[in-house]
Design a protein around this ligand. Structure first.
Ligand code: 4VN
Length: 326
C-alpha cells in the first residue's frame, strides 16, 4: 500500500505590502475598523505578477527543497478562484514554467476550501500506486477580482501562494481522517465571475458580475455554525480530541471567527496558528501559506510526529477538514 507524504512545503507572496493605513488613501476605511473586526493588518498585493507566476515560484522552491528534477513530477494541481484564464488552466501554465514535461496538470476549484479538497484528491492519486511525485498549490491574485469600490469586502483579501510536494511512501499514512462538505443551496452568499449566456441567439436577462461579492453576515454565521461540527466529526473519525491535536491550521478569513471556533470545539486558542495579520484572506492559498510559515519557523517539524488539523471553509459553500500526521 502506498500513501502520500509531504516532502516539502513552500510559499510566496508579492513584494508589495499594503497596510490598512495604505488602504485609507484609496477608500473610506480605517486601521481600527479592519484590525478590530478581522485581525488583518496588511496584505500583499501584486503589481505585475499573475496567479501562475506566484504558483510557479512555489513550485520552484518545492523542487529545490526536495532536490527533484522537474521531469520527476507526475502531476500538478493548482487550486484557485483567480486563475490567469479559464483556459488554459493555471496548472498548465505552471507545468510549462517549471518544465515539468511528464506531469499532467489541472486546476481544482473549491474557493477557500480549495487546498483541502486538492490535498485530499492528491492523496487518492498517491494511494492508487500509479504516481510517485505530485505538487499541490493554492494560489490567488484576489486583488484582480475584488470590487475596490466595496469597502466591506475589498479590505479583507490579499494575494499569495503556498503548496506542498507529495511523494508516495509505503510507511504510515499521513491522512488519518477527512470530511469534505458542500452546500450549493447557499452558494449565492459568496460569488465571483458570474457570467450569462450572451450569444447572438440568447436573451440576456442579467448582466455579468465579475467582481467578488460576499454576504458577510451569512458567511460569518455559516463558518461559526457548520465548521466546528465538521472539525469535531473528523477528529472523532481519527479517534482524536481537541486536546490531543498539536495544531489547528484553519482558513485565514477572520481572527474573530477563529476565536469563536476554538471556543466551540473546546480547543486551546494558542494551538490555532494565525497569519491573516500579514496576508489578509488569500482564499485557497491561506492554509498552505500558514503551513509553510509554520514549517519555516520550526513550529511544525515534518518529522511524522505531530497531529495537525487542516480546515477550509468558504465559497460554494464548501468546507472540509483533513486530520494529518506529519
Ligand atoms: C470565510 C469567511 C469569510 C468572512 C466572512 C465574514 C467576515 C470574513 C463579516 C463581518 C464584518 C467583518 C468581516 Cl468566515 C470570508 C471567506 C472568504 O474567503 C470565507 N469576514 N466579516 C464585521 O462587520 O465585523
Amino acid at each position: 500500500m502506498s500513501f502520500g507524504k509531504i516532502m516539502a512545503v513552500a510559499h510566496y507572496a508579492p513584494e508589495q505590502v499594503v497596510t490598512n493605513e495604505g488602504l485609507t488613501k484609496v477608500m473610506d476605511t480605517s486601521d481600527e475598523w479592519i484590525k478590530s473586526r478581522t485581525g488583518i493588518e496588511q496584505r500583499h498585493i501584486s503589481s505585475n505578477e499573475n496567479t501562475s507566476d506566484l504558483a510557479t515560484k512555489v513550485g520552484q522552491q518545492l523542487l529545490a527543497q526536495s532536490k527533484l528534477k522537474a521531469e520527476a513530477i507526475d502531476f500538478i494541481i493548482v487550486s484557485t478562484i483567480s486563475p490567469d484564464a479559464s483556459m488554459p488552466s493555471t496548472a498548465s501554465l505552471v507545468q510549462a514554467k517549471l518544465g515539468a514535461v511528464n506531469a499532467f496538470a489541472f486546476d481544482l476549484t473549491a474557493a477557500c476550501s480549495g487546498f483541502i479538497y486538492a490535498l485530499s484528491v492528491a492523496d487518492k492519486l498517491m494511494t492508487s500506486g500509479v504516481y510517485k511525485n505530485g505538487i499541490v498549490i493554492g494560489a490567488e491574485v484576489l486583488s484582480k477580482v475584488v470590487d475596490w469600490s466595496d469597502r466591506a469586502t475589498s479590505v479583507l483579501f490579499g494575494d499569495g501562494a503556498g503548496g506542498v510536494l507529495l511523494q508516495s511512501s509505503t510507511k504510515e499514512p499521513m491522512l488519518l481522517s477527512e470530511s469534505l462538505k458542500s452546500d450549493g443551496s447557499r452558494s449565492q452568499s459568496l460569488t465571483s465571475n458570474l457570467t450569462q449566456p450572451n450569444s447572438p441567439f440568447s436573451k440576456a436577462t442579467q448582466a455579468n458580475d465579475l467582481f467578488l461579492k460576499m454576504d458577510g453576515r451569512a458567511i460569518f454565521d455559516f463558518a461559526v455554525r457548520d465548521v466546528p461540527k465538521n472539525i469535531l466529526e473528523t477528529l472523532e473519525k481519527a479517534e482524536l480530541t481537541s486536546e490531543t491535536v498539536d495544531y489547528f491550521l484553519l482558513h485565514q478569513a477572520n481572527s474573530r471567527i477563529l476565536d469563536k471556533m476554538a471556543r466551540k470545539i473546546k480547543a486551546d486558542r494558542s494551538k490555532f496558528l494565525q497569519n491573516m495579520q500579514e496576508y489578509g484572506n488569500t482564499s485557497a492559498a491561506s492554509i498552505p501559506i500558514l503551513l509553510s510559515e509554520a514549517v519555516a519557523s520550526g513550529t511544525i517539524k515534518l518529522d511524522g510526529t505531530q497531529k495537525i488539523v487542516l480546515t477550509g471553509f468558504g465559497g460554494g459553500l464548501t468546507w472540509g477538514t483533513l486530520v494529518v500526521k506529519i
